[in-house]
Design a protein around this ligand. Structure first.
Ligand SMILES: [Zn+2]
Length: 115
């Protein structure tokens, strides 16, 4: 068994959906929040934390909306404790109020090629 996997030429930009505005965005325009298996909520800057994750845009408006609508509870299948919400709100306060998403979106390759 010496078959080597061909590395993909295409730069695939992984997209995720914001739990607040339901927009699909490139991963880096979103913040991942993870509910850890052992309990607790963390803001996962590395994207590698294990656990159930939810994504929210890097903009305060989406976070406020998520808190208001309980979108995180649904996405993470939990009920956030007040202390956890406080932690998340503190994090949200460091984000820009609205993100100029054009800045966050990587250049789109003009390729019509289909695989
Ligand atoms: Zn959003």
């Amino acid at each position: 068994m010496s078959k080597k996997r061909q590395p993909q030429r295409h730069k695939h930009v992984p997209e995720r959906t914001c739990v607040a505005c339901r927009m699909h965005r490139p991963k880096k325009a979103l913040v991942r929040i993870v509910r850890l298996a052992e309990g607790g909520i963390v803001v996962d800057e590395t994207g590698k934390q294990k656990g159930r994750g939810a994504y929210i845009c890097r903009q305060q408006v989406c976070w406020q909306q998520a808190f208001k609508r309980g979108a995180l509870n649904r996405a993470l299948r939990t009920t956030l404790a007040e202390t956890e919400i406080t932690v998340l709100q503190t994090y949200a306060a460091t984000l820009p109020e609205t993100l100029d998403l054009d800045d966050a979106v990587p250049e789109i390759e003009n390729s019509t090629e289909e695989v």
